[in-house]
Design a protein around this ligand. Structure first.
Ligand code: XIL
Length: 382
């Protein structure tokens, strides 16, 4: 689809798998933003945010409104956040995030219904009791009925893979309570509650050409195949894409192969959590930004060749609020570096720096969307 396409943004967004009504109502995106560049390639751009970040930081809120078409709740929809104590539902932060999305005309990606790391301890213990599945059903129903009008797309199970686990599956409380079939059951349960929503599984560690990521890709495709042949209602997959400069070069070939395999299984694909962990914080900031940008560009150039990749979300928008922290081990690798009292600042693995200025990563993403534009991703969606 070219920039001169007669399709309106409303029509384009309405055709995006699982974007809710709010997304169709916003104003056109400002030129030079990631949302605009993604849209020109027939795709969407979004970022993960929390209600607290949005509420407490007007400048950040404005940056999110400008750059993004969709939002992913970084924390506020997780089971630990919504029901930290059994039966005490805490919806206020997620309600605020939804209100912001609605007012700003953004779509919302439902992250995440099941994740072993965001299962409250009371639930992890109770799942294995008789009738444990009713807890899963109640959890799904609580959030899907409340937010289903705006959220048309859900990460139903997050991070189910462990290549060393039996059948390539992680030994989570859900698997222990319900057996390997819990993923299919979760998809079926979600489908019954939201017949028109798009349902995904979301996974990390699928990016590099090392033994671990190769095994993870095999296990992931194996799971997809088993779900498909069991008739599970799986519409798409999320590739987290937490990249790491310490892991060396990315294998575009491995990524392309994975994307072809997924596309051949008739799934749409989202890059759901893109960011870059740095490794050498003693380099000059420009050099650090260039390394982050090159890695991002290499990933997206390969990913956006695949028409079934319909969107990219970064895990945060600005280094001001990144879950990636500079660790003690990072500092100890360069013991001489900060003797003069300077500091490495934040990890620089997101499109905007901590002062909300666009960095080289932002430009790299813009360029990747621009050069993917001619590949007509949108034509396969509409
Ligand atoms: C992370 C958040 O960013 C952190 O703030 C929180 O402490 C833990 O969860 N994969 C996922 C996300 O699917 O939900 C995680 O988010 C990052 C890794």
């Amino acid at each position: 689809m070219s920039a001169s396409s007669p399709l309106t943004r409303r029509a384009l967004l309405a055709a995006m798998p699982g974007l809710g009504a709010g997304a169709a109502l916003g104003e056109p995106y400002e030129a030079g933003t990631l949302a605009a560049a993604a849209q020109a390639s027939g795709r969407e751009f979004g970022c993960a945010v929390s209600a607290a970040q949005l509420a407490g930081d007007p400048a950040f809120r404005a940056a999110v409104a400008r750059e993004c078409a969709t939002l992913t709740p970084e924390l506020d929809l997780k089971w630990t956040a919504v029901e930290p104590h059994r039966g005490e539902l805490a919806f206020a932060p997620m309600d605020q995030l939804i209100d912001f999305a609605r007012a700003a005309g953004k779509g919302v990606h439902g992250h995440t219904l099941i994740w072993h790391r965001s299962t409250p301890p009371w639930a992890a213990a109770a799942l294995a009791e008789p009738g444990g599945w009713s807890l899963v059903r109640r959890r799904f129903s609580a959030v899907m009925s409340r937010y289903g009008e705006l959220i048309g797309r859900w990460d139903v199970v997050n991070e189910p893979i462990d290549p060393d686990g039996a059948g390539g599956l992680r030994d989570s409380p859900f698997r222990r309570a319900f057996g390997d079939d819990y993923i299919r059951r979760a998809l079926e349960t979600a489908r019954r509650l939201a017949p028109n929503a798009k349902l995904l599984i979301n996974e990390f560690g699928l990016d590099y050409d090392d033994a671990e990521d190769r095994a993870r890709r095999r296990a992931f495709l194996g799971l997809v195949d088993r779900l498909k042949s069991a008739g599970a209602p799986l519409d798409g997959v999320g590739l987290q894409a937490h990249l790491h400069l310490g892991k060396g070069r990315l294998s575009q070939r491995a990524l392309r192969d994975l994307l072809h395999e997924l596309a051949a299984r008739d799934l749409f694909i989202l890059v759901t959590e893109l960011d870059v962990k740095e490794t050498d914080y003693a380099l000059a900031p420009d050099r650090r930004d260039a390394l982050v940008a090159d890695l991002t560009k290499s990933y997206l150039d390969a990913a956006l060749e695949e028409p079934k990749v319909i969107g990219v979300t970064t895990w945060g928008l600005s280094d001001r609020y990144s879950w990636l922290q500079v660790t003690r081990a990072d500092l100890e690798r360069r013991p001489d570096a900060w003797r003069d009292g300077t500091s490495p600042g934040a990890n620089r693995g997101l499109p905007l720096d901590a002062a909300l200025r666009p960095k080289a990563m932002h430009e790299a993403m813009m360029a990747a969307f621009r050069s993917a534009g001619s590949k007509s991703a949108g034509d396969s969606i509409i």
